[in-house]
Design a protein around this ligand. Structure first.
Ligand code: FES
Length: 83
């Protein structure tokens, strides 16, 4: 019997384990690594990380990998600027 790793669930229909892909609301898609990502232009992006964040907002400068650009900037309001 196979004990599933963290992040996987049993694939009872085929006898293997399934990878869990987690979609973060307003953020990236988290995928267990390592991964090879085939791009539309035929290139391949590799990541050997344990968990890989794939950009879903297309704002990343390292697309298809998330660089946290989805977070945007928060405006800092100083106390003296408040009404
Ligand atoms: S989802 Fe993080 S930069 Fe796009």
């Amino acid at each position: 019997m196979t004990v599933p790793d963290k992040g996987t669930v049993p694939d009872r229909g085929r006898g293997g384990d399934r990878r869990v892909i987690r979609v973060v609301q307003g953020g990236p898609i988290m995928v267990q690594g390592p991964v090879s990502i085939e791009m539309p232009d035929g290139s391949t992006v590799n990541s050997d990380r344990f968990m890989v964040a794939l950009c879903a907002c297309k704002r990343s400068k390292t697309y298809p990998l998330c660089d946290t650009s989805h977070r945007g900037r928060k405006k800092i309001v100083r106390r003296e600027d408040r009404i």
